[in-house]
Design a protein around this ligand. Structure first.
Ligand SMILES: Cc1cc2nc3c(=O)[nH]c(=O)nc-3n(C[C@H](O)[C@H](O)[C@H](O)COP(=O)(O)OP(=O)(O)OC[C@H]3O[C@@H](n4cnc5c(N)ncnc54)[C@H](O)[C@@H]3O)c2cc1C
Length: 321
């Protein structure tokens, strides 16, 4: 019997030593704890593996996506019928480059990056200590909090460019070519049927000399503020909606009396209206329905259109949600 595309990919992963999981529940890899199985879940751990792996994945003809820590992802109950390339914990080295520069692999968690910076007497990443994403996802989203955002500290990225045809290749891109704005980078526009896909492999941050104790104290203060304000006791994907111009999503949702509203196991958090939480056993469908109700009620009562910040993964990234 001829080998299937999945068999061929598995054989290739074995050949290059890339860890993989079959029919892996995405609920294990998303902070929402929601999502059915991915047909193949790849966990590359060396930069040199990436271009070849990306080529094999593209050539397989299967749908494929890249994921980081899954902290901004709502994955479908049916799962994903293709390949997920996880740039996560297995791809997470952090090293000092000198002159305040930090080189991080895409799967390094922001918590680890901010702690590593502080421990080495560098300041500038404290804002990121409580964001549960990895570096690649944070660049992709231009993640930010408490007045800081990734774009302010990013010098450059190393990425794998995966053209429609021809060999994928590694390239370094300076941060000023990444078209950053509020929770936006050029990577998000790339998905809209562009000529190539890009996988972030590494990022270099420019930090400034700081004081270890001051940085650690600042981080503890920010983490404490999160613990007080955010429903961290439940799985979620953080803020469900982007901040609309001229207001705040949580304020509008609260004004409409929607705190505590439930669909199945999904609830608009009673602690922070900007979060939808999984009370236990929530399905993707529950969350989608709740999002639609919140959007409709806020639109009717305030005129604001809330756009989701959370990314829906069905057969691919579903940008409209
Ligand atoms: C409790 C909680 C609090 C949060 N607080 C904040 C906050 O304060 N500020 C904030 O900005 N966000 C916050 N978030 C949301 C989330 O942590 C961020 O959006 C984070 O940047 C997502 O990173 P990730 O690694 O989890 O990416 P994922 O969720 O895995 O992926 C997000 C997107 O990035 C793409 N991507 C990921 N890695 C790569 C890569 N290597 N190459 C190319 N594309 C990639 C994926 O394809 C996907 O489209 C919070 C989430 C939770 C659960």
């Amino acid at each position: 019997m001829p080998a299937t595309p999945v068999d061929r990919l598995i054989a290739y992963c074995k050949e290059i030593g890339c860890p993989f999981l079959e029919q892996e529940p995405l609920s294990r890899h998303t902070s929402f704890r929601i999502g059915g199985p991915a047909r193949l879940f790849l966990q590359p751990h060396r930069t040199e593996q990436l271009a070849g792996l990306a080529e094999m994945v593209r050539e397989s003809g299967l749908p494929w996506v890249v994921m980081g820590n899954g902290s901004n992802v709502l994955a479908a109950d049916e799962g994903f019928p293709g390949v997920v390339i996880q740039m996560g914990p297995r791809f997470s080295a952090i090293e000092l480059e000198g002159e305040g520069r930090l080189r991080c692999q895409a799967g390094a968690s922001l918590a680890a990056v901010s702690r590593f910076s502080a421990e080495n007497g560098l300041s500038g990443m404290e804002f990121a200590c409580g964001i549960p994403g990895a570096v690649g996802g944070a660049v992709y989203m231009n993640a930010g909090a408490y007045g800081g955002e990734i774009a302010q500290r990013l010098l450059s990225v190393v990425q794998v460019a995966v053209p429609r045809e021809g060999r994928p290749f590694l390239e370094r891109i300076p941060a000023d070519e990444l078209d950053f704005s509020y929770r936006h980078s050029r990577y998000q526009s790339r998905e809209l049927g562009d000529e190539r896909v890009e996988i972030i492999a590494e990022a270099v941050f420019q930090l400034e000399p700081g004081d270890r104790e001051n940085s650690l104290a600042k981080m503890e203060e920010l983490l404490q503020s999160r613990r007080e304000k955010q429903p961290l006791e439940y799985p979620s994907a953080g803020s469900t909606f982007k901040r609309p111009e001229g207001s705040y999503a949580s304020l509008l949702i609260d004004q409409c009396g929607l705190k505590g509203l439930r669909v199945g196991g999904a609830q608009v958090s009673e602690k922070h209206a900007g979060f939808i939480v999984n009370l236990g056993g929530a399905s993707c469908k529950d969350v989608e329905e709740l999002i639609a109700v919140v959007q409709q009620r806020v639109r009717e009562e305030t005129g604001y259109l809330l756009l989701p910040e959370v990314r829906l993964l069905k057969n691919g990234w579903n940008l409209g949600l």
